[in-house]
Design a protein around this ligand. Structure first.
Ligand code: SAM
Ligand code: SF4
Length: 318
């Protein structure tokens, strides 16, 4: 579908749960997300109805996210069924990697080809602190598992934080030299619940280029991708910079977001959202409603000068 600003909308991120087995300080409150009544969270069949409507409207790329998608009961079924929908060209998952050692093989067998794994530090104590209790060795094992199983693409997402992990920029970028993976640095975004933490820790992603002047720009195969890519000469992988605050990417934004409770967001940083649940019984009506929302997708967002997002990332899915 083409929106009113001429952008081709072909990418949907679907949060399959808002629960998580970690509590990253920039993402979730310490007590986590209150376990929503089962009736509020979309059932697997309901997610499939939405995914089908989206693909019939021209969405050909879906990312399953959360909360932590791998903790969702029925997740493998979702991967299998969405992956085999007509029109789906690309199905990916964003995960904290904790359960990849156990589930990696099953995800591959279910047809998953691409996986993004979030890791902000290699240091055991820092990791435990930022995730409020996580064990970094599990994620490192998860990354090894993903690489050894031979997923088509493995990306590491690093949220950049001044005074927390800026001393590890080189260690992260070095991973791309010998391994066929992309490391992407994401600028920290302020959300209503967590903005006190984000304040004062913002570091522009270009800091990576200052620390690693050998990095040279490379053209991305996907012009709507939010990351700008760089590479060390002769490296197997790439380094990506995602700069929602320094350089918005609204003009090429091709994405929609579906929350775990069935709301459609056409922009990460705008407060408007549409509850899709009343339309799940009638796919044609559902498609009309989604179409109407796409027509209303804003041309740009007001991150930085507008009101902060009410929902945390853990509820939107990143
Ligand atoms: N649990 C999964 C994970 O951590 O990868 C998927 C959901 S998580 C919300 C998706 C992505 O959003 C992660 O890469 C995470 O680091 C990022 N994220 C969460 N809160 C953020 C914030 N305030 N600013 C920037 N990125 C954030
Ligand atoms: Fe959980 Fe991912 Fe949010 Fe961390 S970033 S609390 S792993 S949803």
């Amino acid at each position: 579908m083409i929106d009113s600003f001429g952008r081709k909308i072909n990418y949907a991120r679907i949060a399959v749960t808002d629960l998580c087995n970690l509590r990253c300080v920039y993402c979730m409150p310490e007590e986590g997300i209150e376990k929503k009544q089962c009736v509020e969270i979309l059932r697997i069949e309901e997610i499939l109805i939405i995914a089908e409507a989206l693909t019939e409207l021209g969405i050909d790329k879906i990312r399953l996210t959360g909360g932590e998608p791998l903790v969702r009961h029925g997740f493998l079924t979702l991967v299998e069924k969405i992956g085999s929908m007509e029109g789906i060209r690309d199905l990916a998952v964003t995960t904290n990697g904790v359960l990849l050692p156990e589930l990696g093989q099953q995800l591959l067998d279910a047809g998953l080809k691409r996986v993004n794994i979030s890791l902000d530090t290699f240091d055991r104590d820092k990791y435990t602190k930022i995730t409020r209790g996580g064990d970094v060795n599990r994620v490192l094992h998860g990354i090894e598992t993903a690489l050894s199983l031979g997923f088509e693409q493995v990306k590491i997402n690093v949220v950049l934080m001044e005074g927390f992990n800026d001393d590890e920029i080189k260690a992260f970028t070095s991973l791309t030299i010998d391994q066929p993976l992309d490391v992407r640095f994401i600028e920290i975004m302020p959300f209503e619940g967590q903005h006190a933490f984000a304040e004062g820790r913002f570091l522009p992603a270009t800091a990576v280029l200052h620390r690693c002047p050998e990095l040279k720009p490379v053209t991305s195969e996907d012009p709507s991708a939010p990351a700008k890519y760089y590479q060390f000469p002769g490296a197997k992988g790439r380094v990506g910079l995602i700069e929602p605050l320094s350089h918005g990417f609204c003009s090429s934004c091709n994405r929609l977001r579906i929350t775990a409770d069935g709301h459609l967001l056409t922009c990460l940083h705008c407060r408007e959202e549409k509850d899709l649940r009343p339309y799940l019984g009638d796919k044609e009506m559902l498609k009309q409603v989604i179409k109407k929302e796409i027509d209303r997708k804003p041309g740009t967002h007001r991150i930085g000068d507008g009101p902060l997002m009410e929902r945390d990332m853990g509820k939107i899915g990143g």
